[in-house]
Design a protein around this ligand. Structure first.
Ligand code: VAH
Length: 330
């Protein structure tokens, strides 16, 4: 059911609101949605990053604190989006520094988005969940349906978000869809994530020639190149509802050790020196996460398949980062 949408060529053009637009996923998602011809509105507690290179005409921007339900109601009533991508969240490592704020932003924020979407008949809500919903002692690879015992407040709030979304789907018919992201690697730097050692290997090796990773060399978690992550969210949104047997899906790409990532970087960035010095707090979080995911349901229900492995990612990312760092250096 499309509200205020119009059909064009091969897809329906939608009006889309993205929360957490200034974050690592948000900036690349916005570019992907604009490339598909959608009308996109950005929102965040911060102003539009200049790095986006977009003005008000291409990307209207709304200052929004997702913990403020009244403000969210006003924005949705005024803009009438067809779809909301809800990305706003405090990530795992930063979340442990202030669990109370993380609960209010992450858990309160997802409740507010679902409630305002229900009230204003938003036709679909996409939610960025994460492998942080999983705790220790799970099978390898980890399937979709296992006991969820996260060790971080971030993980707890993402389990809550998945369950709330399922409730709003069953109780009110809200079309809620979510993917559990692996650690995402991109040129847009993340902030406060425990998987950040991976993108930082690329950025710091190119910026300074060296990087000391805060994890052991044998640390292995599921990873994904951002273009695959963005395509997964959009393809899940575009999937026919009657194909979907669940509301939340594991998605996987590759599961390298930190040392394997470092070796890939060193082959592409000659002279790069990457070392390892495990930080106990962040290592404990990493060790509680899966080594690998089973994403069979996503592949069967809506045709998910990654396009990048570690080497293809390195080949694509390093030139982009070189250009970006040269621009920022000038
Ligand atoms: C984090 N980048 O590190 C996020 C992600 C799988 C990790 O959810 O918190």
């Amino acid at each position: 059911m499309m509200l205020a949408a119009e059909r064009r060529a091969d897809r329906e053009i939608m009006k889309i609101l993205v929360t957490g637009s200034g974050g690592q996923v948000g900036q690349d998602l916005i570019r992907g949605l604009l490339e598909r011809g959608h009308e996109v509105h950005g929102s965040d507690v911060a102003s539009r990053p200049s790095a986006l290179g977009l003005g008000d005409r291409e990307l209207p921007w709304h200052l929004l604190d997702v913990t403020d339900l009244a403000a969210l109601r006003r924005l949705i009533a005024r803009e009438r989006p067809d779809i909301i991508y809800h990305l706003a969240a405090i990530l795992s490592a930063r979340g442990e520094e202030n669990p109370g704020l993380t609960y209010r932003v992450n858990q309160g924020g997802v409740y507010n988005v679902l409630e305002a979407s229900r009230e204003h008949r938003v036709s679909q809500v996409l939610f960025a969940s994460t492998i942080a919903v999983f705790g220790p002692g799970l099978p390898d690879p980890v399937p979709d349906d296992v006991h969820l015992q996260p060790t971080t407040m971030y993980g707890v709030t993402k389990v809550g978000g998945e369950l709330l979304g399922e409730y709003y789907n069953k109780r009110y018919g809200l079309d809620f869809r979510a993917v559990r992201f692996p650690g995402l690697i991109s040129a847009t730097l993340p902030g406060g994530g425990t998987s950040d050692y991976a993108p930082l290997m690329y950025v710091e090796s190119m910026r300074t020639g060296a990087y000391e990773a805060f994890c052991r060399a044998d640390t292995r978690i599921p990873m994904m190149y951002m273009p695959d992550g963005i395509r997964a969210l959009i393809e899940l949104s575009e999937a026919p509802r009657d194909r979907l047997q669940r509301t939340t899906y594991n998605i996987a790409a590759f599961s390298p050790t930190a040392e394997e990532i470092a070796d890939s970087v060193a082959r592409a960035v000659p002279g790069a020196r990457i070392t390892f010095k495990s930080d106990p707090t962040r290592q404990a979080i990493l060790d509680s996460w899966p080594n690998a995911l089973d994403d069979a349901h996503a592949r069967v229900d809506w045709g998910w398949a990654p396009e990048f492995d570690l080497e293809r990612m390195t080949e694509d990312l390093v030139p982009k980062l070189r250009a970006l760092l040269r621009v920022n250096a000038s």
